[in-house]
Structure formats: structure tokens, C-alpha cells
Ligand binder design. Structure first.
Ligand code: URA
Ligand code: CA
Length: 437
């Protein structure tokens, strides 16, 4: 096999065989295929696409390029959830204890975040004492006893994807649906998921801004999962405004606690119930999403979901008293209101810009090396469509610096207030499962 012939084949619209795809991914991972050939191939894929079979083969070739997490020691169907990323996305913090509380084992390997706010681990580390440096044995044992544990990234998962994603980033080939779909799915499969629930975000704050592209990506990922024996479904949800109200690490932990208590933002709770009920069904703990949803609602109402969160925090060294005393979470030195300048209706909340404003305060990392400030962030008080009176707070800034004019200005630039009534935005646009096309 010669790499140049395979590039030419894809360039001319041909279909690569399984062995050809494995050859390319193996060669690229071990360095025998150079970056310039892989860039040409990625560009050919971007223009020519890949058949469903090619996408599944590419995914599995990337899974096979590195370590795989063995979750066979955890009893039950391991269902993982993945979000394509958004601003202030607190759903993992809510979902993990929520579904664990009704018997769905959650064995989560998570990373630190780059961008608007931290990743799940950063957020959880705002609970004093909480840590993810646990052994594999301890991790599996905690999942079996408490239904939930989170461990930091260990091992070398999907090195082919790491290398290829970095290459795509500098060769203008990120925007290829087959490449995005196989990149995301390879990581989930290598992390040991038996079944996968995808939260595919659409809108201004999302990776995919257009609905057509979002649906296509969702279909591609669902198809890959089902082809390789991992039951997969996707929920398409809105990210044209931030989800919930809080953007910032400790602020989001507090928001998750409120939500597990049934007192959180309506959109965050609703999306958690939607994603959670699909997880419960895939795990075989309910026959349909309606009864799954009922189980989850009961768990919130009875306090079981919150109890599961406490047990989980304590098991990994965390001070679980933060659940009843959220003031024990890191707090910022300055709390500054952003008042509305006129009466009207919220016409837009530019998710990405608001996320960037939170990052300016130190809630996220601009580069991998940046230090994150767990206490800071932004709490919004309105959603699109809400009425607002002049002087009423649109948002609250939690800062560890006194001077926040830059953040204030950025927020005024991203929160649009109009005189005319505006319709509220939908939260869920649809569900894509194996039977969708
Ligand atoms: N996120 C990923 O993990 N991979 C991509 O290719 C794009 C977004
Ligand atoms: Ca949030």
C-alpha cells in the first residue's frame, strides 16, 4: 500500500477500504506517514466526504491507536454522555448524580477545560478537598458502591485523534463532518462507553452554528455508534444563549446543587431530564423515556439525587457540607451588578461573547498553562424573551479584581435589550436515533 495512492483515491471520490484506513491511521500514529500526506488526505476527505462505513472504520482505527479503558469491572450498562460544548454547560454536574441515583452506573473520565470555563474536573475541584487522583481499582470500586466516580485522564487514549485534530487545526480541515464525528466518537468509545447519549449543541455559542450542519453531525455520530455496537442517540439542543444562568466553576457547582434540589434554572433542569431519561433507557433501567423521566423527577423530589451527589463528593475527599452550605465554596471578593439601562425585553444573549467575558475574569483558560480562578464568573438573571425593567440587574459579575469595566462593557455588548416583545427560544430541537434516516 502506498499512501500517495490512497490520497489520490480519496481525492477522486473513491471509497477507502477498512485495511486502507487502518494502514493510514497506524502509519500516521507511528510517524511513518508524515504530516504533509495526512494534511492532503484530510483536505480530500473535507471535499469528498466519507461513506458511513468509512467513518465507522476511521473511528475504530483511532480507538485502536491507543489505550482503551476497561470498565468490565463495573456491573451494568455504562452509558456516557457527551456534549459538543457550550457556554456555562452545567449539565454533566447535574446529570451524573441524577442518573446514578436511579441505578445507572457513571464511570466518568474527565479532563480540564480550555476556553470559557473549566472542564468538569475544574468545576468539581472547587469543592474543598475533592480530587480525581484515584487509582483505577478505587475508581471501579466507587462506581460499584456509589454508582458514580470521576477520574482524571490517564493512559494514552486515541493518540491518532490527538495528532490528527492538531493537524486539522492548522490546515483548515476541522470543518469536516466525518472527521469531527469520528474524532468525538473515538474518544467516547476508548473511554469504555457501552452506550452514548450525545448533546449536540446548535447556535451562536456552539461549535455548529447552523441547524443543517448540526443535524448532519448528529446523524453521523449516531450512525457511527450504532454501527460499532454502541447504542447511541443524540439530542439537539439550543446554544444560542447560555444554558442556565451561571458561568464560572464554583458558581456552576452551586447551580448544579440548586438544580438537583429542584430549585435550579428551568432550562438546565429540563435538558438534564431529557438527556438523563435517554441514559436511563439505554441503561435498561426503564422501558421508555416517559417512565425514565418520572424516575428522575422522583429522585429529585425525594432528595435522593442530592444525597448521591453528597456521597460522591465525600468519597473523593470533598467537603460534602457545601451542598447545604454553598457559601463554603470559593467566593469572589467583588460582586458587581450589571443593571439594565432601559425597560424592554431580552432580544439576545450572545453565548460566546458572554463566555469570553467570564474567561476575562479568570473563569477559563486562554491557554493550557493558564491558571483558573474557581470563584469568579458571571450569573445571568434573564433569558431571551424575558421582560426587564430599567435598573434591574441583567447579570452579576463575581470578580477578584475591583476594576471590571472591560467585562461590564463586554456584557452590555452581548445582552441585547429591545423595546418589542420577543419570543422565548426553544431548548430542544429534536432527537436523532438510529431510525432517523
Ligand atoms: N471536537 C472534537 O473532539 N473533535 C473535532 O474534530 C471537533 C470538535
Ligand atoms: Ca450554567
Amino acid at each position: 500500500m502506498r499512501t500517495v495512492d490512497l490520497i489520490a483515491k480519496k481525492r477522486d471520490g473513491g471509497e477507502l477500504f477498512s485495511e486502507e484506513i487502518s494502514f493510514l491511521i497506524r502509519g500516521y500514529t507511528d510517524g511513518t506517514i508524515p504530516d504533509y500526506q495526512m494534511s492532503a488526505l484530510a483536505m480530500a476527505v473535507l471535499f469528498r466526504g466519507m461513506t458511513p462505513r468509512e467513518r465507522a472504520d476511521l473511528t475504530m482505527a483511532m480507538v485502536d491507536s491507543g489505550d482503551k479503558i476497561d470498565l468490565s469491572g463495573v456491573s451494568g450498562v455504562k452509558v456516557d454522555k457527551h456534549s459538543t460544548g457550550g457556554v456555562g454547560d452545567t449539565t454533566t454536574l447535574v446529570l451524573a448524580p441524577l442518573v446514578a441515583s436511579v441505578g445507572v452506573p457513571v464511570a466518568k473520565m474527565s479532563g480540564r477545560g480550555l476556553g470559557h470555563t473549566g472542564g468538569t474536573i475544574d468545576k468539581l475541584e472547587s469543592v474543598p478537598g475533592f480530587h480525581v487522583e484515584i487509582s483505577n481499582e478505587q475508581f471501579l470500586e466507587l462506581v460499584n458502591t456509589n454508582g458514580l466516580a470521576v477520574i482524571g485522564q490517564s493512559g494514552d487514549l486515541t493518540p491518532a485523534d490527538k495528532k490528527l485534530y492538531a493537524l486539522r487545526d492548522v490546515t483548515a480541515t476541522v470543518e469536516s463532518i466525518p472527521l469531527i464525528a469520528s474524532s468525538i466518537m473515538s474518544k467516547k468509545i476508548a473511554a469504555g462507553a457501552d452506550a452514548i447519549v450525545l448533546d449536540v449543541k446548535t447556535g451562536d455559542g456552539a461549535f455548529m452554528k447552523e441547524m443543517e450542519d448540526t443535524r448532519e453531525l448528529a446523524r453521523a455520530m449516531v450512525d457511527i455508534g450504532n454501527r460499532v455496537g454502541r447504542r447511541t442517540i443524540a439530542v439537539i439542543s439550543d446554544m444560542s444563549q447560555p444554558l442556565g444562568f451561571a458561568i464560572g466553576n464554583a458558581l456552576e457547582v452551586k447551580e448544579a446543587i440548586d438544580t438537583l434540589r429542584g430549585e435550579g434554572p428551568a432550562d438546565l433542569y429540563e435538558l438534564s431530564l431529557t438527556l438523563g431519561s435517554h441514559m436511563v433507557v439505554l441503561a435498561g433501567k426503564a422501558d421508555n423515556v416517559e417512565s425514565a423521566r418520572k424516575l428522575l423527577e422522583e429522585s429529585v423530589a425525594s432528595g435522593k439525587a442530592l444525597e448521591t451527589f453528597k456521597t460522591f463528593l465525600a468519597a473523593q475527599g470533598g467537603d460534602a457540607s457545601v451542598v447545604d452550605h454553598p457559601e463554603r465554596l470559593p467566593t469572589a471578593a467583588y460582586v458587581i451588578q450589571v443593571p439594565a439601562l432601559s425597560d424592554g425585553y431580552i432580544a439576545g444573549l450572545a453565548a460566546e461573547r458572554i463566555g469570553t467575558a467570564a474567561m476575562m475574569l479568570g473563569a477559563g483558560r486562554a491557554t493550557k498553562e493558564s491558571e483558573i480562578d474557581l470563584a469568579v464568573g458571571i450569573v445571568l438573571h434573564k433569558k431571551v424573551g424575558d421582560r426587564v425593567a430599567k435598573g434591574e440587574p441583567l447579570a452579576t459579575i463575581h470578580a477578584n479584581r475591583q476594576q471590571v469595566d472591560d467585562v461590564m462593557e463586554s456584557l452590555y455588548g452581548s445582552i441585547a435589550v429591545g423595546a418589542e416583545p420577543v419570543e422565548a427560544l426553544p431548548l430542544v430541537y429534536g432527537v436523532v436515533d438510529g431510525s432517523s434516516d
